[in-house]
Design a protein around this ligand. Structure first.
Ligand SMILES: Nc1ncnc2c1ncn2[C@@H]1O[C@H](COP(=O)(O)OP(=O)(O)OP(=O)(O)O)[C@@H](O)[C@H]1O
Length: 577
């Protein structure tokens, strides 16, 4: 139990001060509650002595008013600090995860980690924000208050104090074994919850495939199983805790009755005054209130602990930025020296060495799966190379911070991701400081101003709202506008493989020319037209560079490039390319 408290405490970070305040105020709340005992004692004393002194009535009234007002005020402040601590500790973790994700290698982001991260940022951290400070405050202030008041009782009448101590010790034994029992169930509940999020995400992301291949029922089964497992683990948790909750409650009720009976017994055998006996009878109903609340806190302590454990998993994920310095190269030559790279066990690039000069265009061609995208991803440091090195302007890319490296590179992919935001903000993503005028200028250069002006709210149209979407070509031009606005010296461009209609192709070509003027360009090329004008063509096959040179040189050699050109020419004669 202590180890979970420590975990919550460490997780709270800067919010520890609010939890401390809340525990202290929670203790004060109990003190105000106990003031009622003083008032009850005075009332009983007045009734027993049968003398009604006006002063006593005032004392009683004042005590009651202080007790009620103090309870309301302390309750309010304790809740406020708890809520603040809960929301802020979860929010700080979400921000930390968001920042850390930028520094994690792309290989980490697979379907399962996506479900896990989504689960952590939503349900797991929600659990933490709702329960962690509440559990700490309930349990700590509950136990501290009980200890103080039991000590107080021991001083008043050691026999009554002893009965309370026995009741509390039995309660603690049951509570501790309940906490131990939930040790295995709580992580299972978390795992089932994460799997449920993962399956829902997977189904939503693959919905078009599920529908087109009529896999609805198969996919339903996967989600059904995840829901079933989440339901079962939740039920198991409840089933496990319920008998302990009943035991906890029974112990406290039985000891209340024992205390009452003992007070009567001590009165009748003449060892306790009537006033004290009556007071202890009243106390027997309220002495265990605080420890009962603490017991409720312990019941959810383990769930809270395993939520924190799961959220902390992100801390152990290795980052790529450790040695990076904030720096800018003088030139933007890109050099790959003996680069080897594997996705996990499977080697993809083998001893790749190539130099791309500043402000020139390099076209990469090669069969599907040969490693073209992988070369580009390594230059942008989505992954780290296994052997060799990649330099930009003579400096190894591992010596830049990821931020300074990414400020040198713009990437335009085939599958453009647009955020559910206005067109203007989607373009501004390239340079968050850009003015509206600059956004429009970039859109004009990228040949998208015209179609944006025909949209319902022009630049303020929200993508994804009211069924509004863009075509593939339009999306790619928006992403070119983004890159124009970013104005990075290196451009990595993945040419569209899909057939683009001639009008769109012409616009894309013009946008591309605007983007790449005076830049170092790496282009994954599929069309003859683009390849022909490249300063250097790299032919990749099975993870190696098998041909290198200009169009006029390569066309004379037997090999993949010659085949690529003749296939394109043939397709063109058929009207395909
Ligand atoms: N994230 C990944 N994890 C594991 N393997 C991958 C990953 N990405 C690509 N691969 C594998 O690496 C190989 C090279 O892929 P890459 O995308 O670099 O090829 P490509 O030449 O760009 O192909 P294409 O022209 O079809 O886009 C392929 O066999 C692919 O299956």
């Amino acid at each position: 139990m202590i180890e979970i408290f420590k975990k919550i405490w460490r997780f709270a970070g800067e919010e520890q001060k609010n939890i401390k305040k809340s525990v202290a105020v929670g203790f004060l709340n109990a003190v105000f509650h106990m003031l009622q005992i003083g008032a009850i004692f005075l009332t009983i004393q007045a009734l027993v002595s049968k003398t009604v002194d006006k002063k006593i009535i005032w004392y009683i009234l004042i005590l009651m008013v202080i007790s009620i007002a103090g309870k309301i005020a302390t309750n309010y402040f304790s809740q406020l600090q708890q809520t603040h601590a809960g929301y802020f500790m979860a929010a700080n973790k979400r921000v930390y995860i968001g920042n850390k994700m930028k520094l994690i290698p792309m290989g980490f982001f697979n379907q399962s980690s996506l479900g896990n991260i989504t689960g952590i940022c939503t349900t797991v951290l929600s659990d933490v924000e709702m329960t962690a400070p509440m559990v700490m405050v309930l349990t700590l202030s509950g136990f501290i208050t009980t200890v103080v008041f039991t000590a107080y009782m021991l001083v008043f009448d050691w026999r009554m104090g002893l009965i309370a101590v026995v009741g509390i010790v039995l309660f603690c034994i049951v509570t501790s074994s309940m906490e131990k029992k939930s040790r295995n169930t709580a992580p299972k509940r978390q795992k089932a919850q994460a799997e449920l999020v993962e399956k829902v995400l997977e189904t939503i992301q693959g919905m078009s495939i599920v529908k087109s291949f009529n896999l609805t029922r198969i996919d339903d089964k996967k989600i059904d199983r995840a829901i079933e497992s989440s339901k079962n683990t939740n039920l198991a948790m409840e089933k496990l805790l319920t008998p302990y909750n009943i035991m906890q409650e029974s112990i406290l009720r039985i000891f209340s009755v024992i205390m009452m009976a003992a007070a009567l017994l001590f009165y009748f055998d003449g060892t306790m005054e009537l006033t004290y006996a009556l007071m202890f009878i009243v106390i027997s109903f309220i002495i265990f209130e605080q420890i009962e609340s603490a017991g409720h806190g312990v019941a959810i302590l383990r769930v809270c602990g395993s939520s924190i454990e799961q959220a902390n998993q992100m801390d152990d994920t290795p980052v790529m930025d450790e040695k990076g310095k904030e720096q800018m190269p003088e030139t933007h030559d890109i050099i790959l020296e003996h680069v080897d790279f594997s996705y996990e066990q499977r080697q993809i690039l083998k001893d790749v060495s190539v130099s791309m000069k500043d402000k020139t265009m390099t076209a990469i061609i090669g069969p599907s799966g040969s490693g073209k995208t992988t070369i580009c991803s390594l230059i942008a440091r989505f992954w780290d190379v296994d052997g060799g090195k990649i330099c930009i302007g003579k400096t190894d890319i591992r010596e830049y911070t990821l931020e300074s490296l990414m400020s040198q590179i713009s990437m335009v992919f085939q599958n453009v991701y647009l955020f559910q935001d206005t067109i203007e903000n989607n373009i501004r993503f390239g340079n968050p400081k850009a003015t509206r005028k600059e956004v429009i200028a970039a859109a004009e250069k990228a040949c998208c101003h015209e179609f944006i002006m025909q949209l319902p709210q022009n630049y303020d149209t929200v993508i994804g709202e009211n069924g509004f979407a863009l075509s593939g070509g339009e999306k790619q031009r928006i992403s070119i506008a983004r890159a124009i606005l970013k104005n990075a010296p290196i451009i990595i461009f993945d040419e569209a493989t899909a057939n683009v209609d001639p009008e769109n192709e012409d616009r894309l070509q013009r946008a591309f020319e605007q983007l790449t003027r005076d830049k170092t360009v790496i282009m994954i090329a599929h069309r003859l037209k683009t390849v022909r004008h490249a300063d250097q063509i790299l032919v990749v096959d099975d993870g190696r560079i098998v041909q290198k040179g200009k169009h006029d040189e390569l066309i004379k050699e037997e090999g993949i490039y010659k085949r690529f050109v003749s296939e394109r020419k043939e397709a063109a004669s058929w009207g395909v390319v």
